[in-house]
Write a protein that binds this ligand. Structure first.
Ligand SMILES: Cc1cc2nc3c(=O)[nH]c(=O)nc-3n(C[C@H](O)[C@H](O)[C@H](O)COP(=O)(O)OP(=O)(O)OC[C@H]3O[C@@H](n4cnc5c(N)ncnc54)[C@H](O)[C@@H]3O)c2cc1C
Length: 404
């Protein structure tokens, strides 16, 4: 597609919208990084979202954890996650100009611990898988774990030290991306996209909630867990994204005491994952449930109880901290837990969605992949297994990364 260069777009428009090269539906973390990189590639770009900068990232913990998030059968996803994690330091440096207070990037490492014999057997298996994949993780005894993190429960039976799994503050990151988008001339259209416009077998943009049209050479659906709900998506474009609810709590270190933790600590307690992410500003993020409850975002007593119970087993001192926030968000999830990136079977329509529990981690690579495909190039190598057409018959005929 030819870029309409030179024309710096404006923000927060009302009324009839000028056509753009790229209309991104959804201004969560994924839509914003896509728009920023598209604008950086010289494309006039608009983000359509009634509340840009919100979404799941305002709830997320912000672990950048390719190694401790490794699950059986997700080796392709591991390669993608590792590739994105490697890009993080440069990504954060590029955003620095738009984030006076930084984005909370903290290369602090992660400790995954076991509380009983069953947990330890599970963690040993995880360690084996990690080693088979060539990943760096060191097995520690319970005593060694407590030497690293003295406030851990005395019952901790062993753990894995992963120095390469870090964290960022997703709220600060989203705010920086929003500022970067503004600076790059991305137009913020504060409306809901009601319907995809399709004519002559091509996507032409979107109709907004107020009935106006936003015409675009390429439309990108980046609407998180709502991505498959956009009216007008033709049947040959499958967007099998469902919401997976996560409840999460934020606590605060006591002002007169040292922080309870120095690095991210995670565990599987009674079969359920729990993690604690200590921020430099004294916040301690405790997450997260994983629930199949449609688009429900209620915080429940059961969810809060489960998180506090499991965290207390791990870090008894947590009960003394002020509980400052409880939230629930929706992870946009596909059948194979990997994102949907790039062109679809419908010319002019691309997807950037389905990032599930790794959307924050995958931001740098997503931006790069989408800029490549929106300017007519191929997806970068690690993103190719996650091409947008992989769940459709038409999509299997689409060569991954080659725009329709
Ligand atoms: C509890 C929890 C913990 C998490 N922890 C981590 C973590 O530690 N590390 C990590 O990497 N990831 C984590 N994630 C995952 C990460 O937050 C998500 O993958 C990521 O934020 C998804 O971003 P998104 O932009 O695709 O979707 P969303 O954030 O859902 O954004 C979608 C946007 O689209 C807009 N929208 C929807 N429909 C329309 C429409 N019709 N028109 C216009 N706009 C529309 C919405 O308003 C919203 O702003 C976590 C998620 C949760 C819920």
């Amino acid at each position: 597609m030819e870029a309409r260069t030179g024309a710096r777009a404006h923000e927060d428009t009302e009324g009839p919208a000028r056509p753009v090269d790229v209309a991104v539906v959804g201004g969560g973390l994924v839509g914003l990084v896509t728009a920023w990189r598209a604008a950086g590639a010289g494309l006039t770009t608009a983000v359509v979202d009634p509340e840009p900068g919100g979404g799941a990232a305002s709830v997320a913990a912000g672990m950048l954890a390719p190694v401790t998030e490794l699950h059986h059968g997700e080796e392709a996803l591991l390669a993608l996650n590792l590739a994105s994690a490697r890009r993080y330091p440069d990504f954060v440096a590029e955003l620095a100009a738009h984030a006076p207070a930084g984005v909370g990037y903290r290369p602090c490492g992660t400790l995954a611990v076991a509380l009983d014999a069953d947990d330890r057997a599970l963690l040993r298996e995880t360690h084996l898988t990690q080693r088979q994949c060539g990943l760096e993780a060191e097995w520690l005894t319970g005593r060694e774990c407590r030497r690293l993190e003295p406030m851990l429960a005395p019952g901790v039976r062993g753990g894995l030290r992963v120095d390469g799994d870090h964290q960022v503050d997703p709220r600060m990151l989203t705010a920086a991306l929003l500022a970067a988008c503004r600076h790059a001339g991305v137009r913020l259209v504060r409306h809901t996209a009601r319907e995809l416009l399709v004519a002559a077998d091509r996507a032409l943009g979107v109709r907004l909630a107020d009935g106006t049209r936003l015409e675009a050479g390429q439309t990108v659906v980046a609407a998180g867990s709502h991505s498959g709900r956009l009216a007008g998506l033709p049947p040959e474009v499958a967007v099998p994204v469902r919401p997976v609810k996560g409840q999460i709590l934020r606590l605060r270190d006591l002002p007169d005491r040292p922080p309870l933790l120095n690095r991210t600590v995670r565990a599987v307690v009674r079969g359920e994952a729990v993690y604690l992410v200590p921020r430099e500003n004294g916040e301690l993020v405790l997450g997260a449930t994983s629930e199949e409850r449609g688009w429900d975002t209620e915080v429940t007593a059961g969810g809060v109880y489960r998180l506090l119970r499991d965290a207390h087993a791990l870090l008894p001192g947590i009960t003394e901290l002020p509980l400052v926030e409880s939230r629930a968000g929706l992870r946009p999830t596909t059948p194979d837990n990997g994102p949907l990136l790039g062109p679809t079977a419908l010319p002019g329509l691309q997807l950037a969605t389905g990032h599930h529990r790794n959307g924050v981690l995958l931001a740098p690579l997503t931006g790069e992949a989408m800029a490549a495909s929106l300017t007519g190039g191929a997806l970068p190598e690690p993103a190719r297994p996650f091409h947008a057409g992989r769940f459709t018959d038409a999509g299997t005929a689409l060569r991954s990364g080659v725009p329709a």
